[in-house]
Design a protein around this ligand. Structure first.
Ligand code: NOJ
Length: 559
């Protein structure tokens, strides 16, 4: 297919981002909750790993209804995480370690405990009233049929003014009204305030939801408890106008990295958000590839992976944006179950399959994101009781399954266990001491008991570990421009077991072959005869021409 345009070089295209979920990274004061001083302690580790940017999940003041994604003060730090002085030290120390800091910007909604909302709800003529989305009830009911992302209606009645406010997530996360220019300027000022402090960019939470379709029409309710707001909330009528304004007033004045979380975004839409000349963002997080195994109950159904479909989706994104815009690459984040348990094998082939998945992702065109613990192959958790879960989303879902849908408790539990975000949120596994070295107190969520085997300390001392493999993937990218800027072509599109593709830059070619199964499979690459001398990345001790062993990954570089 080949590349459409030569791609202009930028540091954020060449970077590897590492996501920290601060609550679960490193506790320094024995309260069982990770904190900023804990992160500071681990900066040398991240520098050793070779990543360039740390994306910090929210560290702002928050009542923690949704673990910091409900912000009550955008210019202050969450008490459990430390103080503004701690933050400033973290920023300085990160920079001293050649690491940039990307903040999480959560401005589709705030907390209901934010001063703006406290004012807004007081009266209809309060100056902050229009910072949020208030509507009259309809026939004694909610203004429309939308369901919130965490269960229940997306509206909450407020008796102070006898009106409802919109919350597309929990009732403690009222949606901000981006149609109000005063609110927009408040957000822009706040962003500039952080950038002036020296932060290096923003990951923008559900940023494609900030412009709602006027009239807020009812959503499709077929087979659901509530109507679906997707068509009226995602990629709404003014979203590009607002992001261009943000870019013009704020982002364009700094050299920063930006990535917008964008559920239900298409390639065409992504070109508007993250096209090289769009004047909006650097890249978006699309969700299509993460939804490939969904079924009847959406993310709460996990179908076996259809590799052909996954390849089709990722190829559509790779070729769709090639030369025109930039991809973000991810298998994991704080909202997804662990990839090695999901599409790899967390038993016999733990080591090999984690490396194979890393290879497959990191050789694609785009900026790769590593979620804490992915680099050591952290797995899903063998939860045995609903009391072990902490996440509002899965607890509400369990309740809906059992009490509203009438699902058998065992089935409901099995669904939650497999898909819960808490799989990703258990503490980082540093070593084999108590609580995996995360905390000397009682962790806010239990540590995965497999920390005795899967931990950083064990892997740092083992050259054959997943950790060393990730370090090498990062290093390989730094030493080979083709990984960043080469064009992408899918090979063996119909092969149900192997994800194979090539990257091309000038007269160099990379061939990437990944076996997604626990069987040996035969491969023949069109136009390339495998040559062991050209092998530059490999997760196996054995090599058989024409046959990939279980979960084997090979990368060949042809000059
Ligand atoms: C997306 C975030 O990634 C998720 O963790 C959060 O719950 C919602 N947005 C609401 O902020």
């Amino acid at each position: 297919m080949g590349q459409k345009n030569a791609i202009e070089k930028s540091w954020w295209k060449e970077s590897v981002v590492y996501q920290i979920y601060p609550r679960s990274y490193q506790d320094s004061n024995r309260d069982g909750i990770g904190d900023l001083q804990g992160i500071i302690k681990r900066l040398p580790y991240l520098q050793w790993l070779g990543v360039d940017v740390i994306w910090l999940s929210p560290v702002y003041k928050s009542p923690n209804d949704d673990n910091g994604y409900d912000i009550s003060d955008y210019r202050d730090i969450m008490t459990e995480f430390g103080t503004m002085e701690d933050f400033e030290l973290l920023l300085k120390e990160a920079h001293n370690h050649d690491l940039k800091i990307m903040m999480d910007l959560v401005v589709n909604h705030s907390s209901d405990e934010h001063a703006w909302f406290v004012e807004s709800r007081k009266s209809k003529d309060n100056p902050y009233r229009d910072y949020y989305i208030w509507r009259e009830g309809k026939d004694g009911r909610e203004p429309n049929n939308w369901g919130g992302s965490f269960g229940g209606s997306a509206w909450k009645y407020d008796d102070a003014t006898d009106m409802y406010f919109l919350h597309t997530f929990s009732p403690k996360q009222p949606d901000l009204n981006w149609d109000n220019p005063v609110l927009r300027n408040e957000v822009f000022d706040m962003m500039s305030w952080w950038l002036d402090k020296g932060v290096d960019g923003f990951r923008m939470d559900v940023i494609n939801m900030i412009s709602k379709v006027p009239g807020l029409p009812d959503g499709n309710q077929e087979g659901r408890l509530y109507g679906d707001f997707t068509p009226y909330v995602m990629n709404g009528p003014h979203v590009h106008e607002y992001l261009k304004e943000m870019n013009q007033k704020v982002l364009s004045k700094y050299d920063v990295i930006t990535v917008g979380e964008a559920p239900a975004v298409s390639v065409e839409e992504a070109k508007k958000y993250a096209g090289f000349d769009s004047g909006e963002l650097n890249m978006v997080f699309e969700f299509e590839h993460m939804c490939v195994d969904e079924g009847k109950y959406g993310k709460w159904t996990k179908l076996p992976l259809d590799l052909v479909k996954l390849k089709e989706i990722l190829t559509k994104w790779e070729t769709g944006l090639d030369g025109l815009g930039w991809n973000s690459l991810y298998w994991n984040n704080h909202d997804q179950p662990r990839i090695v348990s999901r599409w790899g094998n967390d038993g016999e082939y733990h080591n090999k399959s984690a490396k194979m998945l890393g290879t497959c992702l990191h050789m694609l065109q785009g900026t790769p994101y590593i979620y804490q613990g992915e680099e050591i192959g952290m797995t899903n958790v063998d939860f045995t009781s609903i009391n072990q879960f902490r996440d509002i989303e899965c607890l509400n879902q369990y309740d809906d399954f059992v009490n509203k849908i009438g699902m058998d408790k065992e089935e409901a539990f099995a669904r939650i266990k497999k898909s819960s975000r808490d799989n990703a949120r258990t503490p980082m596994q540093w070593d084999s001491s108590v609580n995996g070295g995360f905390s000397e107190g009682t962790p806010w969520i239990e540590v995965n008991p497999n920390y005795t085997n899967i931990n950083v300390e064990a892997q740092i001392n083992d050259e054959d570990s997943i950790l060393h493999f990730y370090k090498n993937l990062i290093k390989f990218r730094k030493n080979h421009e083709i990984v960043v800027y080469g064009s992408y072509d899918l090979l063996l599109a119909d092969d149900p077991n192997v994800f194979a593709y090539k990257r091309t830059l000038g007269n160099q070619t990379l061939y990437v072959l990944c076996n997604f199964t626990e069987q040996s499979v035969d491969v023949e690459i069109p136009g390339y005869e495998e040559d062991k001398n050209q092998l530059v990345i490999h997760n196996d001790t054995e090599w058989t021409k024409g046959t990939l062993h279980p979960y084997e990954a090979r990368v060949y570089l042809v000059n």
